[in-house]
Design a protein around this ligand. Structure first.
Ligand code: SF4
Length: 424
């Protein structure tokens, strides 16, 4: 019997059929990270005198003390990174979890119980998505030619779920927007799933829509906000055709794009602090001789984009669509700690979302080229490995994306930045 309260959550349709691949999983989630353990389960593990489990938990379960909301609190985690091969020592020879097998699912800490599902709450509304580092998720969410649909499905309430209480938000328009998060997100996803356009034009239209939401006057009567959100989407779709993206083809434009990405993600080609920049430059001089590293990167990018990615996308553009749809559903309008900090405006939120969407779009194309170089080929597996990598190393750490956006947010010409990011 499930130890968790039953709820209904808005989710991608395929999640209701999700099953862990268990011993058939090619990579296992019990590897390569430190798993946070909720206090109830941590104390339960610490209290075990069982001859099998007690000596196994002893080197695995760790405690740290951190200050949170002004008070010191204990935090527990399974220290997988400190184990041989970074694998959980409670995994048996068949790759199955001994806690689950011998003690039952209710004894799994909530992180392990719910993984790869991510649940969050805005007031009384629940939404459910998944991490991208699970191969079953990659197959179900990304490797599917048909568009993803969304619906309310039965779920369980994760006690560690993120939450937003809109009562803390002081700006009325902002509160109304976030209460209608799912309506905004679904409109953006409709733009992304419009296969009559190329993928960059769809992202561009989604950004135009977010831009229209921030520049048009929201209704005084906040109960009309959902209707207003859909009307602005309809008006944006009506203007479609006015804002097409022209892919860059010259090395000069590609260099500008590489430099912009470098500023975003702090690669050190231009914008890192002086010491880092000099260290980077010393390495790059040896690597690139006298050629500008941004130029070498740009030339390699153009070569692989034109000769490998573009032919792949003729039949597989739906994979890019599905990745972006998953990202938007899981990450858009989700800066809950920022919103909780008090006064934030619709303009600030939507500026952030436009930059984030375009940055992830551009970063993904860049990483696809990197993965292609490493694999020496381009196929669906290479695409899925890139999604896995992005999920684990970039969007798994929202704070790093948020720092990247902040780095570029001060720039006065946001429209030019968005245009350049999408031209890849
Ligand atoms: S990564 Fe996914 S399929 Fe593999 S063990 Fe974890 S939940 Fe199961």
């Amino acid at each position: 019997m499930s130890p968790y309260i039953k709820i209904h959550a808005f989710a991608p349709d395929w999640i209701k059929d999700f099953h862990c691949a268990g011993k058939n999983c090619p990579q296992t989630c019990c590897h390569g990270w430190n798993i946070p353990v909720d206090e109830v389960h941590a104390l339960n593990y610490l209290g075990m005198s069982d001859a099998y489990f007690a000596p196994r938990f002893q080197p695995l379960l760790k405690k740290t003390r951190r200050k949170q909301n002004g008070t010191e609190q204990d935090h527990y985690f399974l220290n997988l990174l400190g184990q041989p091969g970074e694998i959980c020592t409670l995994q048996n020879a068949e790759g199955l979890c001994d806690i689950h097998l011998k003690l039952g699912a209710s004894k799994l800490c909530s992180t392990c119980y719910f993984f790869p599902k991510i649940l969050w709450q805005i007031d009384e509304q629940w939404t459910l998505s998944t991490e991208l580092s699970c191969p079953v998720v990659l197959q179900s969410a990304i490797n599917r030619p048909e568009p993803v649909c969304f619906q309310s499905i039965p779920a369980e309430k994760d006690p560690q779920a993120e939450w937003l209480e809109t009562i803390f938000i002081l700006d009325n328009d902002c509160r109304a927007l976030l209460l209608n998060r799912n309506t905004v997100v679904m409109e953006v996803i409709h733009f992304l799933q419009d296969r009559s356009m190329g993928i960059a034009d769809r992202v561009n239209l989604a950004c135009q829509y977010l831009g229209a939401l921030k520049s048009e006057n929201p209704p005084e009567d906040k109960s009309q906000t959902a209707l207003w959100i859909t009307e602005v989407a309809a008006a944006t779709a009506h203007r479609n055709g006015l804002f097409q993206v022209e892919q860059f083809s010259s090395t000069k434009d590609a260099i500008d794009w590489v430099r912009l990405l470098s500023r975003f993600f702090n690669w050190g080609l231009q914008s890192a602090p002086k010491f880092n920049r000099e260290a980077h430059n010393d390495f790059l001089k040896v690597l690139c001789a006298n050629t500008d590293p941004a130029e070498m990167i740009a030339k390699n990018y153009l070569d692989i984009r034109n000769n490998t990615l573009q032919p792949f996308f003729i039949d597989h553009e739906y994979m890019m669509e599905n990745f972006l749809v998953h990202f938007i559903f899981s990450d858009m309008l989700k800066q809950f700690s920022e919103y909780h900090s008090g006064f934030i405006t619709v303009q600030e939120i939507l500026d952030y979302e436009i930059l984030q969407l375009c940055a992830i779009f551009a970063l993904f194309q860049f990483l696809l080229v990197a993965q292609n170089i490493a694999a020496g080929k381009m196929d669906k597996d290479v695409f899925l490995q890139t999604v896995y990598h992005v999920g684990r190393s970039y969007i798994h750490f929202p704070a790093s994306i948020s720092q990247s956006i902040t780095r570029i947010q001060e720039d006065p010409d946001q429209e030019e930045i968005v245009r350049l990011l999408l031209r890849c």
